[in-house]
Write a protein of this length. Sequence first.
Length: 150
Amino acid sequence: MPDSHIRLAVKALSPQAVLPQYATPGSAGMDLHACLDGPVTIAPGQRVKIPTGLAIALPGPEYAAFLFPRSGLGVKAGITLPNCVGVVDSDYRGEVVVGLVNLSDAPYTVQPGDRIAQMVLLPVARAEVQVVTELDETARGAGGFGSTGK
């Protein structure tokens, strides 16, 4: 089985920054922590940007870092990412900032050091776009939303 480890260079931009870490040996994503000077309360329906205090460098354009919501925050508190999945491109060197939205009807407070998202490193394929006049046929064809049943 090939080694699935890649090198992720991480730069702490703040002394309060917590390095990304896997919670368990089987975790797919590394937890990202809020790097805050004090608590931040997110009102119902409000969107906020929470800094992590970290910058990263992926090994090359064949990888990207994807930011996903933490399932516990989403299910228990209604806190998720407003764009569903954040993408950190391989050439970005600025601070990793997590957008959060409160979908619940109650305020939610993020404390300094709280786990706010998870980061998954994935390979990405770069496409060579080819303009064609016809596409190959499939059994599904142009059937869209719900076309394959319930």
